[in-house]
Design a protein around this ligand. Structure first.
Ligand SMILES: [Zn+2]
Ligand SMILES: [Zn+2]
Length: 346
């Protein structure tokens, strides 16, 4: 089959690799019909996580083509989405819908940890009854694009907002307005934020957030947030970037007693955490990748019934064979290219 492989910084090719085999009796093989490039894929592409070669991709919608003898709920032919984070499906963390806390270690597809990459024609999925969500047959009820967002970015934005302890009517800052940040803006408003202050150095990205109901923040972030909040700081800061700069801004922009909720992926270097500033100001700091399965319980009905908008985030579609061009477009981090779908085609 064809699979997107990163061989080094900026080096993407679509290689022919062996088809995945059934990953155990509880597993399934999914034929990928649509997949997406995530901001976290860029960490491999940009060289922040230099583990090569790596088959990338963890956002997948497809059809089940094979199931193991122990699979009960999912059938061959089902239209499914694959949770980007995988767990055993049986431990306490998984049963709570949070495979990030799986006792056997939560893993992300396409990150070089042993699970295959989803930017491929086929994907082997362990613990299929846990890992797959069967979609309505009619895409009008839940589109491929909405489902791709539900595999990661929307769940990440939602979890980031939930874990920010947003008081009703409260002020939330969202740092970084890529696909996850935009999902965080919409989630924060859906969860009762009175005002969302949106921050991104790329001008057009702020405008997208404003179109989703946010207020643009211009100039130095901390000063602008303090000015907008009467000098107090924001009730919550959602960091969808996770660089030293954004983390430092988060500590400066949060009010005493407020919460910083990190859903960006930091690089391998340590962050100089200003603990004294945190402890004297009673700041709560949380960080996670998405507890995808748990977010589906909230998000699938909210999206299906139009209570949470999942449209307007995908901006481009490329054929899987053109993955190198697609990665170059995403890596430019422009206002025009926000989220890219890859389709394996025939
Ligand atoms: Zn992702
Ligand atoms: Zn588990």
């Amino acid at each position: 089959m064809r699979s997107v492989i990163v061989h080094g910084t900026g080096q993407v090719s679509v290689d022919t690799v062996p088809d995945p085999t059934l990953p155990g009796p509880d597993g399934a093989v999914v034929a990928v019909t649509a997949t997406a490039i995530c901001g976290s894929d860029l960490h491999f592409y940009d060289g922040d996580l230099p583990f090569y070669p790596v088959a990338l991709g963890h956002e997948v919608v497809g059809r089940v083509v094979e199931v193991g003898p122990d699979v009960r709920r999912v059938r061959v032919g089902d239209r499914v989405m694959v949770a980007s984070v995988a767990g055993c499906g049986e431990c306490r963390g998984c049963l709570a819908g949070d495979p990030v806390t799986c006792v056997k270690g939560g893993q992300v597809f396409g990150s070089g940890t042993g699970l295959g990459g989803g930017q491929s024609e086929l994907l082997g999925v362990p613990a299929a009854d846990f890992q797959l969500h069967v979609l309505p047959e009619d895409p009008a009820e839940l589109s491929d694009e909405a489902a791709l967002l539900l595999t990661d970015n929307l769940g990440t934005g939602w979890a980031g907002a939930q874990r920010a302890d947003i008081p009703p009517g409260g002020t939330v800052v969202v740092l970084g307005l890529g696909a996850v940040g935009l999902c965080a803006v919409r989630s924060a408003l859906a969860l009762g934020a009175g005002r969302v202050l949106a921050v991104d150095p790329v001008g057009g990205r702020v405008e997208r957030a404003v179109a989703s109901g946010a207020t643009a923040v211009e100039g130095p972030t901390v000063e602008a947030v303090l000015e907008a909040t009467g000098g107090l700081g924001a009730d919550a800061v959602i960091d969808a970037v996770a660089t030293d700069g954004s983390m430092t801004d988060a500590f400066g922009a949060v009010r005493a007693g407020g919460t910083i909720s990190v859903v960006g992926i930091h690089d391998l270097e340590p962050f100089p955490l200003p603990l004294l500033m945190g402890v004297y100001r009673s700041v709560t700091l949380r960080m996670t990748t998405a507890p995808v399965h748990r977010t589906w319980r909230d998000l699938v009905p909210l999206v299906r019934h139009g209570r949470l908008d999942a449209t307007g985030i995908f901006t481009h579609t490329f054929d899987l064979d053109d993955a190198a061009d697609a990665y170059a477009a995403v890596a430019a981090r422009s206002a025009e290219v926000l989220k890219v779908r890859l389709t394996p085609g025939a």
